[in-house]
Design a protein around this ligand. Structure first.
Ligand SMILES: [Ca+2]
Ligand SMILES: [Ca+2]
Ligand SMILES: [Ca+2]
Ligand SMILES: [Ca+2]
Length: 554
């Protein structure tokens, strides 16, 4: 699952109860009127103010905002210094490789001739020019939506257990039966959330469209709503619904996205009869299969991947759009994340592709709560570790403690006390000050999350030459991948494990700062140091300072 904007989802589910209709439903609003109940959590910043568009690259002292000091380090410590190009693989939903702020920074496979139908470099992938799409078919079709892993697991286990008497199970089956019950419970909860959320969002989106039509405007503001003068009851009611939604922190401009997300959850994510894998046409159970998929890497919905790529490496020299964190990178495009849950087979094979084809860093802004083939992913992670490739993973947006809740992939190897030393787990920090510098949606964990990085109101590239702001740990991970790439560019002798150690050690510590607890219902606070291993926010300036003396001080 992609890890952006999910806060809207959590927000809605927590806040909006489907109460019985007290206001009569009209023709356009056949659903019960929504009742917004309580403010559950906010984005983790004062939403009455807006940060500078490039805040994540700014500096705490110079600009008075908790960015990662990218601009400062380029202007000072790195000024006039030589750098080498670093390849960063982005395993995601696909990337618009033609975006003006990205096109010069897309990896091109040097040994592959395009379009000749041959695997010239014999890496197992035919005509792989910019990377590979693991969820496409040979006929050029692509998977867009997919189910959740919990749905797939339930379908698999129901075949085994639905008709069985639990009393008569053999010892070996009993353990799997317990797992089946866990899957079933989780599925039931998610399916009901999807249904409720879809019903609510459908209504809010319907209201939005009524106002759009009435104002004859695609996008509108709260002021526009206040100024609506209409006798049409539908328009009046639509305005009321939207004002309530705004009152509870739901941004007007994200209603369309949130609706689409819920629609996808309900129609595909929890739909037990949906199976788009036939599009790929692979031998699904053969995990180490090579070469399935297709070479077209943008896919049908590249918003998320394009945004992530821009944060890492958008052109810093072209006076267009935004500036990425790293100034000398090539992005390798690996498409493996659909609208729905990614599959272990594709993630593991994408990691292997990245390692085998020259990536030094892999950004992974996705996650899920079940992982039936975790061993196979672990093997790929170990392979990356052996080859000196750094993995950067987003912690997820459930506002929950990962020391207590499952989240995949992760650095802990299955059935082992060992963990990957080339792995950085990233939570999302915010531009807010005082108690508000953590994303209210961010996952955390004193043992499992290594460090925080900017992930709220992050402006970056999206398809068709555009830009937009997204929130999520999906946006925080690429900030760290960018800082890692910057270090590897200017200090090419550093290993992946050195870079991890430098990023963690040099992070700016706010250990004792009391902040609003992510995911808290009732204004609970917590020390920032309790949220991660380091209690710090990543900082490029401090990291470069440490890297300069690394060999002497180590
Ligand atoms: Ca090839
Ligand atoms: Ca070729
Ligand atoms: Ca494709
Ligand atoms: Ca630019």
């Amino acid at each position: 699952m992609k890890l952006k904007s999910i806060f809207v989802v959590g927000l809605l589910l927590a806040q909006i109860g489907l109460a019985n209709a007290k206001t009569p439903a009209t023709k356009k609003f056949p659903y019960p009127i929504i009742h917004l109940q309580e403010v559950y959590w906010v984005v983790g910043s004062d939403t009455s103010k807006t940060p500078p568009k490039n805040w994540f690259n700014l500096d705490t002292k110079k600009d008075n905002i908790r960015g990662v000091s990218t601009e400062r380090v380029y202007e000072t410590l790195l000024k006039g210094k030589k750098s080498t190009t670093v390849v960063v693989a982005v395993i995601d939903s696909g990337i618009d490789t033609k975006h003006p702020d990205l096109k010069e920074h897309i990896w091109v496979n040097p040994k592959e001739k395009p379009g000749n139908g041959k695997d010239d470099d014999k890496n197992g992938y035919v005509d792989d020019i910019n990377g590979w799409d693991f969820i496409g078919g040979k006929d050029g079709k692509d998977v867009d939506a997919d189910t959740y892993e919990v749905t797939r697991e339930l379908v698999r286990l129901e075949k085994k257990f639905a008709d069985k008497d639990p009393e008569k199970l053999r010892k070996k089956e009993k353990k799997e039966y317990q797992y089946y019950l866990k899957v079933k419970k989780s599925y039931t909860r998610q399916a009901s959330e999807a249904r409720q959320g879809y019903t609510v969002m459908k209504q809010i989106w319907a209201a939005y469209q009524v106002v759009q039509k009435s104002l004859d405007k695609k996008e509108f503001t709260k002021e526009d709503l206040d100024n609506i003068k209409s006798d049409d009851q539908d328009v009046v009611q639509a305005g009321q619904i939207l004002k309530r939604a705004i009152g509870f922190g739901i941004p007007l401009n994200q209603i369309g996205d949130a609706y689409k997300q819920y629609e996808s959850m309900f129609k595909y994510g929890v739909n037990k009869d949906f199976n788009p894998r036939t599009i790929v046409g692979d031998d699904y159970k053969k995990l180490d299969e090579k070469g399935y998929g297709n070479n077209e890497v943008q896919g049908p919905d590249a918003d998320h991947g394009t945004h992530v790529a821009g944060i890492i490496g958008a052109d810093r020299t072209n006076d267009v759009g935004i500036k990425g964190v790293a100034d000398n990178v090539k992005i390798m495009v690996l498409r493996a994340v659909p609208n729905g849950d990614e599959r272990d087979k594709d993630i593991a094979n994408a990691i292997r592709y990245a390692v085998d084809n020259g990536a030094r860093i892999i950004n992974m802004s996705f996650g899920k709560s079940f992982s039936p083939n975790k061993e196979y992913v672990d093997k790929a992670v170990k392979y990356a570790q052996k080859k000196g490739v750094l993995l950067v993973h987003a912690a997820g947006n459930d506002g929950s403690n990962l020391d207590e809740n499952d989240n995949f992939p992760n650095k802990n190897f299955k059935n082992s006390k060992k963990f990957a030393k080339n792995w950085i787990e990233v939570g999302a920090s915010s531009w807010g000050d005082e108690k508000n510098f953590v994303g209210g949606f961010s996952n955390y964990g004193k043992k499992t999350v290594d460090v925080f990085a900017p992930g709220v109101a992050i402006n970056s590239t999206i398809p068709d030459d555009k830009y937009t702001e997204h929130d999520g740990t999906s946006m925080a991970a690429p900030v760290v991948s960018g800082v890692a790439a910057l270090l590897m560019s200017y200090f090419p002798d550093l290993s992946a494990e050195d870079v991890k150690e430098i990023i963690l050690k040099s992070s700016v510590k706010y250990t004792d700062k009391e902040i609003n607890k992510p995911g808290s219902r009732n204004g609970q606070t917590i020390k920032f140091g309790e949220l991660s291993v380091t209690g710090g926010i990543v900082n490029a300036y401090e990291a470069v300072k440490m890297a300069q003396n690394w060999k002497n001080n180590k």
